[in-house]
Design a protein around this ligand. Sequence first.
Ligand code: NAG
Ligand code: NAG
Ligand code: ZN
Length: 594
Amino acid sequence: MAGDRPLLSNRASSEISNDRDLAEEDALLTGQPTARSDSRPWRFWREIGLFIWAVVATAAVVILAVVYQKHADPQAGGGDAKPSGKRNLIFMVSDGMGPTSLSLTRSFTQFANGQAWSKQLAIDQHMIGQSRTRSTSSLITDSAAGATAFSCALKSYNGAISVLPNHEPCGTILEAAKKAGYMTGLVVTTRITDATPACFAAHVNMRGEEDRIAEQMVGDYPLGRVVDLMLGGGRCHFLPNTTEDSCREDGKDVVALAKKNGFNYASSRKDFDALKGGKNIKLPLLGLFAETDIPYEVDRRNENDIYPSLDEMAQAAMTALSEATKDSEKGFFLMIEGSRIDHAGHHNDPVAQVHEVLAYDKAFSSVLRFLKDDPTEGVMVSTSDHETGGLATARQLHPTYPDYVWYPGPLSNATHSSERLTLLYQTFLSSTPPPSEPATADFITNLLSSGLGIHDASDSEISNLVHTPETAQYQFADAISRRSQTGWSTHGHSAADVNIYTSDPEKTKALQGNHENTEVGDFLREYLGVDVESVTKELREKGTGLMAAGKGGKSVSWMGPLPGEGERLDGQDHLAQYTGDHKRKRGVYCDHAH
Ligand SMILES: *[C@@H]1O[C@H](CO)[C@@H](O)[C@H](O)[C@H]1NC(C)=O
Ligand SMILES: *[C@@H]1O[C@H](CO)[C@@H](O)[C@H](O)[C@H]1NC(C)=O
Ligand SMILES: [Zn+2]
């Protein structure tokens, strides 16, 4: 109850006080005193004040809107608005690089260069999120399903090269970019026909069909030529089986096919140097600088006169694509892969791994520099398709309680990869007459010391290498892994989440935090604003009934044969199945899909 005071008078006084506040505000806006002693009624002045306030406020809103518009324009940087105008997209893939690869390489670099604990790799400063990597067929993806998640923004089965679980092709970001008028490029250190690059410009049911992938990548498939620039290895899949360096099963000359489709061709360090760092590239260009994979960086750096580095190829590609699009309304899409971080993981070779990651970090820095200097708007996103090796910067060597240590020192004394040492060993073993056992033991002792910096090899280490040369590669890698106390849980991939990095966290807000790998693919197409669905439609229309040569003179779908029984395990069922396969299998080392 309001007691004695009438309700009405209460209300009136509150109205008056509100009016006074308004009057004071009006005074601030108009410069008029709030005195009410003049002959005009209070109401009049209040109306005038409100009117002026409204005019000023409207003007302010208009000005703010114009200013905001300008800032929201992606050309001016920042904002969540869809980008418009000319732009470049560089997508970097660190194949098989998990978070621990960075710990390993960072500590190695600090040790080798006497740097402070706080010293980071270039890439460390650009992390924005993580990607979850499972495929449709397994919690552990391979690079084919991994790259299909990027290229098509769709999940598929392990082994799928931009085809879906129903074996229909899916259009890729590169194909759509080409259709939209962008220039396109692929730079890798493995075979250009390997899963990651293949997923951007080919469609096959099984990743092993690299001969078919080579043909498609030079334009022999429903869309014609879509790649303007390819730099990497894998020459042997382009040469007819009548030539010595060929690894093709048939007599097709895919280099000739590429030339017919307009490609210029470079196949040596001399050819690469003639490209003048990209200033002298005439597109389209097919550059294949190794028969298969380009050697690991730890070996390649001593053979710089034979093979270009990842960084050199990346820089040449950016220079060439920038130059080629200088008068175009569209920029370019370029995929750069540090392909062999994955191989070092498969080989469980920490020496090869740290140098692969450093090579990637160097290319990463060059991309940042390019984007900063190039007048065209652009962004780089970098991520991995999966982790490889189940790498741990820790290893318990004995059953007793472990020490908390791992040592980068042994890695910094090593000068070669286990792959290269194995090649040297095989060459030695194949000499005539066959070397004696003691000569072989001497050779191994020297190899361990000169190649891995291991001067304390045990008798059993040497004896095992002498008697089981077929597993030499794993033995070399294990010798250096044990000494550095580097752990590995598999010679294959793992299901670890992998990091996402970018040149510009503002433009890549959509990728901050933890994401499904397909969302990386979503970002790529949205940034370029290209229509991937219409490419899918075109592929299906043109591809229906289209046949190609298969094994034994039989014809198969243009996407090649389907995986055999049990090669895919789609769905959820198998994920829950434990098969009792924990028992020790005896010494089987086999080739594996990466
Ligand atoms: C080369 O390929 C042709 C088919 O193009 C095949 O008939 C022939 O057997 C192959 N030769 C070798 C040595 O593989
Ligand atoms: C590395 O090599 C140097 C010189 O041979 C040697 O003194 C050092 O002990 C080696 N370090 C490791 C960790 O093997
Ligand atoms: Zn792999």
